[in-house]
Design a protein around this ligand. Sequence first.
Ligand code: RIB
Ligand code: CA
Length: 318
Amino acid sequence: MTEKHRLIIDCDTGTDDAVAIMLAALHPAIDLIGVTTVFGNAPLTATTINSLSVLDLIGRPEIPVHAGISRPIVRKAMPSERFFKTDTVADPHGTYLDIPRTTRQPASTKAVDYLIETYRAATQPITLMPIGPLTNIAAAVALEPRFAEWVPKLIIMGGGHEVPNMTASAEFNIWADPDGAASVFEAGFNDVLMVPLDATHRALVTDKQCAAIGALGTPAAKATETFVTRRINSYEAMQKMDIPNSAPVHDALCVAALVEPDIITTKRCHVAVETSGTLTLGRTVVDTHHRSHQEPNADVAFDANADRFVAMLMETFG
Ligand code: RIB
Ligand code: CA
């Protein structure tokens, strides 16, 4: 058996974060050693409770959850309210996930301290996978200048080159804390994989595939059906996909790419984040044609294999 991928997920647990956590916790090739939470899809208290609830549901309460930062690192709040009413059909997450709510508390050590101390002491490589706003990662870099050196691989769900979702220019995770995101892309992490909407929108899960997953009958399978059904209803109402009655499960594609790198297709580019544009705030500027003459700092995913992605969900949650 080859060495498992040791992984820490930093998340703003909502529905696709929840599928990512379950895929990471249950996949035989992954050792999910910790979860850190940040504001984003819901307030920090809710993203933390949701993360604990998911781990309870799949019988993995021993995986620690460390709560992080509740607002963007510079701004007092996200640049504006989200464009839909929370907890309506337009909201693909809901404040609290539709699963039994945990009675547990997160670990006493806060996320940023946990990340710094875990990577300071690490004797084996641990991939860090932020799948929400990059605020905790930016804070770790600000607090410990060597943090970027200590992290062997950073897999970011975020950004968009031809595909936005929060504004005409930007994707939610980056837009929610553009200053934090900018500092992460500038921090000099050794090995950055960025999985933007250009890739996640090519790994759609259909209503039929969602029902097939649910029919597997395990707690993870039934929860995935609940989460993805909500996402499909929301996307049908707010942002129809190329395939009718389907939805992306952005964050889980990052986990899939960790164990099967060729599930996505990448191009090495320089990526920077706009932090001041009126129309472009939070945009990931992906220099596909090397016009900035800056060294590429990320592998950017532009395509994904939807069949392999759904097959991995079926194999792991069965
Ligand atoms: O834009 C998609 C991202 O925003 C996903 O991580 C989703 O969970 C939300 O955080
Ligand atoms: Ca997320």
